[in-house]
Design a protein around this ligand. Structure first.
Ligand code: UDP
Ligand code: MG
Length: 327
């Protein structure tokens, strides 16, 4: 079975159009069974009523409804954890993730050695200029400071095998950035590109401010590099202090005079500031370790082993009390 997880927030206008398109695809792939798992993320319009009605009309339609708006990431997590299929896709409700790609994605997983087929937009045509520039900067920056690759233009739209879905569900962190998680868990991924499609109905739920916070989530979730900005600056200040002191001392010795008080003071201020920042770097180092431990991410994810016939995810059992060093 293929499960499709569809996060929905105030999508009453888009959902009937989406369902019509999905129905065509399910018709085309009729040898496959499907479940459409709609997740109502605290919508205030008729989204939930539509889901209830569709559940009555078409048994392939299931739904979950949140008590309030928890965000797309929470909706994806809920959908993935309740999906029953051997193959699971995540897809937006506004047809910006074309359902027509699904047969090809499924074929690739059947015939080629991949665990997931992901999609990215080849163009950002139709998107506001500022938004696409800022997203370009975000991807450039985050990929520079994080070991996890976060592909520019990547959509959350992808079809995964059960083994990869289970691996994602093992990441129990509260602040979720699914685009990064897909990369973090690994597995063999094939990328498909498509041209940007405009929303079929309704309007985007992502204003610039919300996108900015989302970008911070991505940076904070997959890199501890920003914590080390302070000690880096501290080292620069210490170097500047040593350089200022040395140069003024040499000048004073050469000229036979005294080191000027103001220069000495400047060097001292730089040195004290630098030492403070370097010391805060020691706290940053422990903080980053604690942060990574607190996420309780699996230490590794097995793709295959001679022990199991089936590919599955294995975790190293970790005793909670032994995760932190006591000394
Ligand atoms: N969405 C959600 N919760 C939110 C915001 C968005 O479930 O708080 C859903 C939304 O209904 C849609 C998908 O996430 O199915 C993508 O949202 P949107 O189309 O507004 O984002 P954009 O495509 O403009 O980035
Ligand atoms: Mg959209």
């Amino acid at each position: 079975m293929i499960s499709i997880v569809i996060p929905c927030f105030n999508e009453e206008e888009a959902l009937p159009v989406y369902y019509r398109e999905m129905k065509k695809v399910m018709e085309e792939m009729k040898e496959q069974s499907f479940e459409l798992l709609f997740v109502d993320d605290g919508s205030a319009d008729g989204t939930l009523e539509w889901m209830r009605r569709m559940h009555q009309e078409d048994e392939r339609c299931r739904y979950l409804s949140f008590s309030r708006n928890f965000g797309k990431e929470a909706a994806i997590y809920a959908g993935l954890s309740k999906a029953k299929g051997e193959y699971v896709a995540v897809m937006d409700a506004d047809l910006q993730d074309p359902p027509s790609l699904l047969p090809e994605m499924y074929r690739i997983l059947q015939e080629e050695p991949y665990d997931s087929v992901a999609t990215r937009r080849s163009t950002r045509a139709g998107e506001p200029w500022l938004r696409s520039k800022l997203s370009g900067c975000f991807y450039g920056f985050v990929n520079r400071i994080s070991k996890t690759q976060i592909v520019s233009g990547a959509r959350d739209y992808r079809l995964m095998k059960r083994s990869m879905v289970d691996a994602i569900l093992e990441l129990q962190e509260y602040s979720r950035f699914t685009k990064g998680m897909f990369g973090w868990v690994g597995f063999r991924t094939r990328w498909l590109e498509f041209e940007n499609v405009e929303r079929c109905a309704g309007e985007t739920k992502w204003k610039l401010g919300k996108l900015f916070l989302y970008a911070l989530e991505g940076i904070g979730g997959f890199s501890t590099a920003p914590l080390f900005l302070a000690p880096f600056l501290g080292c620069l200040l210490c170097l500047a202090a040593v350089a200022t002191g040395t140069v003024s001392l040499i000048a004073a010795l050469a000229g036979g005079g005294h080191v000027q008080g103001i220069v000495l003071l400047a060097a001292l201020v730089l040195l004290v500031g630098g030492i403070q920042l370097v010391c805060s770097g020691i706290s940053a180092w422990y903080l980053s370790r604690t942060y990574l431990e607190a996420k309780h991410r699996p230490i590794y994810i097995l793709q295959e082993s001679s022990e199991d016939k089936q590919t599955r995810v294995m975790l190293v059992p970790v005793k909670k009390e032994s995760r932190y060093e006591t000394a």
